[in-house]
Design a protein around this ligand. Structure first.
Ligand SMILES: C[S@@+](CC[C@H](N)C(=O)[O-])C[C@H]1O[C@@H](n2cnc3c(N)ncnc32)[C@H](O)[C@@H]1O
Length: 270
């Protein structure tokens, strides 16, 4: 099979990190997400994934947060079969295939134009694509305003500089009117310490953006009300983590403060 070489700058290259982590999850004795689409996709890309030095902790946390965000999307769509789903910073994620929404749902995958243009080269066309820089205004016009909306952002928050994530959220919730936002949260420390992570260092980008208090987004003037904070150290799927990661995660789960430094899923209603 001819593998495709991608020409990505470091910010875009982070999509290979999450993609490959999901691909590696499929090789675990007990996969958390079991996303074989991601495994096939990684096989189709000509890239030295070993340079990312992905550890079991990153494989499991990436797969688990994807699973929990998928569950949030599926639950919303089940209650709103006419929903609009907006996956922000979608990269080459196969969420639309995993969630397999019914025909009444319109799914928008949003990322930089050159990234969304890659999707049809690798993936079946199940979604509408919006190519945009999320730090800039003016890309929302193509989103319908009058339907219940599920906004999901997986691994995006730390890569948007300054207050651009807040601004973008405010514009989205104003435009879309009603729905839910589901993200994986990063504390300030977790976002700051990412730059020392071997994988992020290998790519060579500086990521820094996070918040500690899960209620903080309620102060962004985006009309958000927190629905749920899920601390994934306490998820039942931890039972399937390989050792010694399972033991360490279980130990961390006793402390809310420590668990918050790990992976957490935050859901808000607007
Ligand atoms: C860590 S990757 C996550 C990708 C995907 N959500 C996943 O889980 O595989 C971060 C993604 O955010 C996108 N991104 C970062 N900054 C962006 C911006 N200003 N506008 C659009 N997309 C952006 C990158 O191109 C990349 O695809």
């Amino acid at each position: 099979m001819q593998r495709l070489r991608l020409d990505l700058d470091p910010l875009r290259e982070t999509l290979l990190l999450t993609l490959y982590a999901r691909a590696l999850d499929t090789k675990l004795p007990h996969p958390i997400l079991g996303d074989t689409y991601s495994a096939d996709l990684a096989d189709a890309i000509d890239y030295d994934f070993t340079k990312l030095k992905i550890k079991p902790s990153l494989v499991c946390s990436t797969a688990l947060r994807a699973k929990k965000l998928d569950e949030a999307v599926r639950a919303f769509v089940a209650g709103h079969p006419d929903a609009v789903v907006v996956d922000l910073g979608c990269g080459l994620d196969t969420r639309v295939l995993r969630c397999d929404p019914p025909p009444g749902v319109d799914w928008y995958d949003v990322d930089f134009p050159d990234v969304v243009d890659l999707r049809p080269q690798f993936l079946p066309e199940r979604s509408l694509r919006i190519g945009a820089d999320l730090t800039k205004a003016g890309w929302l016009d193509s989103l319908p305003r009058d339907r219940p909306a599920m906004i999901v952002a997986d691994g995006l928050l730390p890569f948007l500089p300054g207050d651009t994530f807040q601004r973008m959220t405010r514009e989205l919730t104003t435009h879309l009117n009603r729905g839910e936002l589901a993200i994986n949260g990063y504390t300030r420390f977790a976002a700051w310490s990412m730059k020392y992570h071997p994988t992020i260092k290998a790519i060579g980008i500086t990521a820094a953006q996070g918040f500690d208090d899960p209620h903080e987004p309620e102060t962004w003037n985006a009309g958000l009300t927190m629905v749920e904070e899920q601390l994934l150290t306490r998820a039942p799927e931890v039972a399937d983590f390989p050792q010694p990661l399972r033991a360490v995660t279980r130990l961390m789960s006793h402390s809310t403060a420590l668990s918050r430094q790990g992976t957490r899923i935050l859901r808000y209603r607007f």
